[in-house]
Design a protein around this ligand. Structure first.
Ligand SMILES: [Zn+2]
Length: 97
């Protein structure tokens, strides 16, 4: 069992792609819901995703039955990062550097 700790939002999909991690420990919050296998990056205030969807102000670190997006600190392998959020994040990064 290999635990991989991720502290960088953008490296998450790369960690998944590289494999070798049975469990990924993520020390920041994402938004997800049980009805989709996609997770989103959240804005600093954590009330919306980077792609503009409203997030419930609750943190659930286990699978939950909810069609509304909620915050989580755990991302399951098999979930993938929202394409729109990735695009926004990448754009922000390029602006900063
Ligand atoms: Zn998104």
């Amino acid at each position: 069992m290999t635990f991989c700790q991720v502290t960088d939002k953008v490296s998450v999909p790369q960690v998944f792609l590289k494999g070798g991690c049975d469990k990924v420990l993520i020390v920041m919050r994402y938004a997800t819901s049980s009805s989709v296998d996609v997770f989103h990056l959240v804005t600093e205030s954590e009330d919306t995703t980077l792609c503009g969807i409203k997030v419930a102000p609750i943190i659930i670190n286990r699978p939950a039955r909810s069609s509304t997006l909620y915050l989580t600190e755990k991302v399951e392998i098999g979930q993938r990062l929202c394409d729109e959020c990735t695009a926004v994040e990448t754009e922000t990064r390029e602006k900063d550097s």
